[in-house]
Design a protein. Structure first.
Length: 217
């Protein structure tokens, strides 16, 4: 294309002004058909736990602090250091970590997580149909706690579980009233990768062990 013609097109486009940010605010789309599932989801917590297990995760349900301690003692056995996110659910376990003389890292960068064996996060929510844990950077603060340590322990409030992915995406304005965060991580089982020969490897691009505790207390 001729240089002058190209620059003229750029000037005309700039004169029209810039379009609004597509993500802020969110525009609701109502004419996308919903997926129809044949299996009922009357018990969201039970369905979520079953789906996490199918995806290779380790689900637990905890209604008391004693039950939560039992899970922690199993997961943290031998760990001297744990990284934690800023999710409010993490407050459930900080005292338990202190009682076990475990060093707690509040990372400000990925380099601080290079030798940390376990990352503990909360969750913005979860999806029962797929066994997915949703981590949002706007509340977790660190983007890396759920991604770099080889073990990820996620604390999911039972009341934050929705039935299907559609229930999350179609109600993004309710889930994120201030607009979507700069990063949303949808975690479905441990990290899995497969090459062209379909050889599956676990833990290459993220945690190879995912422990999910549904907090019903």
């Amino acid at each position: 294309m001729d240089r002058d013609a190209f620059l003229a097109r750029v000037r005309r486009r700039v004169d029209l002004g810039f379009p609004p940010n597509a993500a802020h605010p969110l525009a609701r789309v109502d004419d996308v058909p919903e997926a129809v599932y044949t299996e009922p989801l009357d018990d969201l917590v039970g369905a979520f736990v079953a789906a996490v297990r199918r995806q290779g995760g380790e689900p637990h349900r905890a209604t008391t602090m004693e039950a939560l301690e039992t899970v922690l003692d199993d997961v943290l056995a031998g760990a001297g250091t744990v990284a934690v996110s800023a999710d409010p659910e993490v407050a459930l376990v900080t005292d338990l970590l202190d009682d076990r003389s475990i060093d707690i890292v509040h990372p400000r960068g990925a380099n601080e997580l290079a030798d940390v064996p376990i990352g503990v996060t909360g969750a913005a929510g979860a999806i029962a149909r797929t066994g997915t844990v949703v981590v949002a950077s706007s509340r977790a603060a660190s983007r890396s706690v759920s991604l770099i340590p080889p073990v990820h322990l996620a604390l999911v409030p039972a009341g934050s579980i929705v039935a299907t992915p559609s229930d999350w995406w179609r109600n993004m304005d309710d889930r994120h009233p201030d607009g979507p965060p700069s990063q949303l991580v949808f975690i479905t089982g441990p990290s899995k990768s497969a090459d062209i020969e379909l050889t599956l490897t676990v833990g290459v691009h993220g945690p190879k062990r995912l422990v999910v505790v549904v907090w019903e207390g």
